[in-house]
Design a protein around this ligand. Structure first.
Ligand code: BTN
Length: 242
């Protein structure tokens, strides 16, 4: 695994995306940073993280996705990899909040931002960004977030975490070739609030109640509404309120 360690950068995802335009960059090249000045979150949001304390990493994944219908597959692979690493470290009550937030005790421990570039030959190159709250302990302004240190009372070596996560992503990518449906099941079984009534907000800022039934092959959330219809939402169309 080629590891590029940076002190500060705007965004490790942007850095790795720029670097990956050189085709010779090896698969699973990783960029880490101690601090990001323009960390990016999902849906154009920001990712803020106390400097030096947390995991900020981006991994290059090539030759896994072959068309845009498959982009959610990588989200499954990465969220399961992160989930399993946390379980192996005995972090309790881990689940995945659709599409790929990692929670413990209903608080966010890690977020994933996957950015795909389609090359001129049609191949897809992905930059998988992972932000994980590791050794930060002050979350007074962020009631919905927590960290490995807060939950376990221990501190963690960030480089060891990087290695564990990348190895687990590689394992899952291999496993996907033979057992994709098992990984879909693992993903669904790990989903936060599946099968229970919960509040959502739609694009028009209207709140409604629904029950998560599943996730479609392209990653849309399938929600059973009070009128017994099942509606599919993509990430821009719905917000879970919890
Ligand atoms: C989210 O939950 O909104 C996704 C957060 C992803 C944050 C990571 S930190 C490393 C990588 N570089 C970025 O700019 N963002 C991702």
């Amino acid at each position: 695994m080629k590891l590029i360690k940076l002190d500060a950068i705007d965004s490790t995802n942007d850095f790795l995306k720029a670097l990956s335009s050189q085709d010779q960059l090896e698969n699973f090249t990783v960029v880490t940073a101690e601090n990001q000045t323009k960390g990016k979150g999902q849906m154009g949001g920001k990712w803020e993280s106390e400097a030096g304390k947390n995991l900020i990493m981006s991994v290059l994944v090539k030759d896994f996705l072959f068309n845009s219908e498959q982009v959610f597959n990588l989200s499954i692979v990465v969220s399961l990899a992160v989930t399993e690493v946390l379980k192996s470290l005995n972090i309790p009550d881990i689940c995945i909040k659709w599409p790929n937030d990692i929670l413990s005790y209903n608080k966010k421990l890690a977020g994933i931002l996957i950015e795909n570039t389609i090359k001129s030959d049609g191949r897809i190159v992905s930059v998988v960004g992972i932000g994980m709250n590791v050794n930060q302990t002050n979350y007074t302004d962020l009631p919905n977030a927590s960290s490995l240190a807060v939950i376990s009372g221990k501190s963690f070596d960030k480089e060891e975490l990087v290695i564990l996560i990348v190895e687990r992503i590689k394992d899952k990518i291999l496993l996907w070739q033979t057992s994709a449906s098992d990984l879909w099941n693992d993903y669904f079984n790990s989903l936060f609030k599946k099968g229970v009534p919960m509040p959502f907000k739609n694009l028009n800022d209207q709140n409604f109640m629904g029950i998560i039934q599943g996730v479609s092959p392209i990653g849309k959330l399938q929600v059973l509404l009070e009128d017994d219809s099942v509606v599919e939402f993509d990430i821009k169309e719905v917000k879970m309120l919890y």
